[in-house]
Design a protein around this ligand. Sequence first.
Ligand SMILES: [Zn+2]
Length: 419
Amino acid sequence: MDQNHYQYSLVEKLSFVRPGGTEEELRAARILLGEIEAAGGEGSLMEFQIPGFELETCAVKVCAPFEREIPAIPYGCAGSLPQGGKEFKLFYGVKAREEDLLGKQDLSDTAVLVDELKLEGYKRLCERKAGAVLVVTGQYYEDLTQCSAYTRLLREKFLGCGKLPVFMICAHDAIELLRDEAETLHLEMRQTDVERTSRNVLAVIPGTDLAGESIVLTAHYDSVPVGIGAWDNATGAATLMYIYRYFLENPPRRTLRFIWCGSEELGLLGSHAYVKQHEELIPEIKFCFNFDMCGTILGSNLIFVTGSQELETFARQFCRHEGYASEIMVRVHSSDSAPFADKGIPCLGLSRGSNITSIHTRHDLMFPIGAKELKANGDFAVKMIAHVAQSYMLPVPTGMPEDMKKELDKYFQRDTESK
Ligand SMILES: [Zn+2]
């Protein structure tokens, strides 16, 4: 295959809806395995269990002082209501802050409408026994399809506070509910929790004389349930395959562990599972490169530095050396490198950003992606990885500085727990 178009063709092959734990995600995993084998390598699937749900019913209806059906989609792994549904008073709780809920100690007969669902607000709603929660999504001029609304799962931290039935409705309907002074809603929600299987695709290139030290390379290949996830993250998955093919032919001194992660969009579940299932490997993993969103025709190269000042300096110097224009940001990269950073492993996230398209929507299509730009991101990554994997001494030691540890606590919402 023409090397200039390798990544682009693979992005095309992977561009279909492929949410974590579905048959379509498995289909994408098999495409990746096929690419590994076609290159003469050996790959494997690492299974892990993820939360899922079966929906029986989800409906929102105004019953007084007028009648109207409101289109809604459920949050998954959330609470259910009695068979046949239940009536609730409607209350607009804005962001469920303390001041939004003044005088509302017991919300058990109330459906609380909120602009957003953050952990602290949700916890407050649980404490006040909210009967149900309606979360607003999108812009006022969009319906649920136009704003790419999709079912989200209530995550572990939320479920730790309690299990409420949560509905998503569009901003347009929310405005009408308040403007027309809807008082009573009839809500239906029946769902059951189930376990599903998701998979990471793994491949290893053993190092030559420093094989006992590993570098982990990650990119997620799942997508959200709307849109084909071309940019996020078929581009990263394809770039990682491009890198794999290079190093298969040119094995470096250190071992390279490639992980195409499943279920990233459900909360980094694939990378979390890897760290958990491979605890014995953690001490030998010295570095992590993550690829999330590459190759847009318009845009800037980005490097996310999760690590020390020294790591930032290394990234900056290396970009200068290669003449690679890049914005360098020191922060937790909200992607599969985070669970590795949390183990004290220095992480660099290679990405390319643009605000002319948007991820997690039906607009994440092939059009903004370019073959040349993908290859440029891939070629730079190969050089940077080779530099780290070949060097006599690693550019930085393992370990996270205190301020980054705090940011990781915040990112993993460990700071809100103690409050
Ligand atoms: Zn992503």
